[in-house]
Design a protein around this ligand. Structure first.
Ligand SMILES: C[S@@+](CC[C@H](N)C(=O)[O-])C[C@H]1O[C@@H](n2cnc3c(N)ncnc32)[C@H](O)[C@@H]1O
Length: 223
């Protein structure tokens, strides 16, 4: 087995095949049935690109995200916490991830996860309501959004404008079918990227196929 660093607490592991792993903040505990394994006295969790769009982007050649130990992260569309748990590994005990989820049903698992992982702060609420989010969050070093809604781009622009620090990086997992079921995927991505570029600098636009069909990850920098 060999490890090659990608970003804080994230590596490519080579053991006959290449897979992305994150250093497990809570050793011996799985979050979504992912494989755990030991290497040189440390425990790692496989970061599955079919379960996480952030992982899929790295498999598709995205440059390492500007997300590091100690960061404060605003995560919109947390669901039950699959990707949030890897963000929690990356930022480690010195960081905080505010995980926003609208569904109370999904929120139950997220709250349970936050009892084990102390750097996760769940917020059961609507990412559109930035005024309400502002009661818990003041600013963040990195913002991530994965919300399959028609107005996902507007939600992203609004939240990045309000919460991301100047010079910070953010990423949105765009689900084109949620914006328009009938239009051509490429055209929707181009249109949404253009809209985002009117506010922020676009660093990358990555089609996540075949790991996540109909999704692209758009990475931006706030000037
Ligand atoms: C595709 S899932 C997220 C998967 C998750 N990011 C992961 O990788 O583990 C999208 C989530 O966004 C949530 N969602 C949809 N609209 C929302 C909103 N306005 N505010 C917050 N969460 C929302 C949904 O309930 C759903 O759980």
């Amino acid at each position: 087995m060999e490890l090659k660093r990608v970003m804080d607490n994230v590596c490519w592991a080579f053991d006959g095949r290449k897979r992305l792993v994150s250093l497990n903040l809570t050793p011996s505990k799985q979050v979504y049935g992912e494989e755990l394994f030991e290497f040189q006295g440390k425990e790692y969790r496989e970061w599955n690109p079919f379960r996480s769009k952030m992982s899929a982007a790295l498999y598709k050649g995205a440059r390492p995200l500007e997300l590091k130990e100690g960061d404060t992260v605003l995560y919109l569309g947390a669901s039950s916490g699959t990707t949030v748990s890897h963000v929690s590994d990356i930022i480690s005990n010195g960081g905080k991830v505010y995980a926003v989820e609208i569904s109370e049903e999904m929120g139950v698992n997220l709250v349970l996860l936050s009892e084990i992982r102390k750097n996760i702060f769940p917020i059961i609420g609507d990412a559109r309501k930035v005024g309400e989010l502002g009661m818990a969050v003041t600013s963040c070093d990195f913002l991530y959004q994965d919300i399959a809604q028609r107005d996902q781009t507007d939600i992203f622009i609004k939240n990045v404008s309000k919460f991301l620090k100047r010079g910070g990086q953010a990423a949105i997992a765009l689900k084109t079918k949620s914006i328009d079921v009938s239009a051509d995927t490429r055209r929707i991505v181009d249109r949404e990227v253009k809209k985002i570029s009117e506010h922020f600098k676009i660093l990358a636009s990555i089609d996540l196929y075949p790991y996540q069909k109909g999704h692209s990850l758009i990475i931006i920098k706030k000037g």
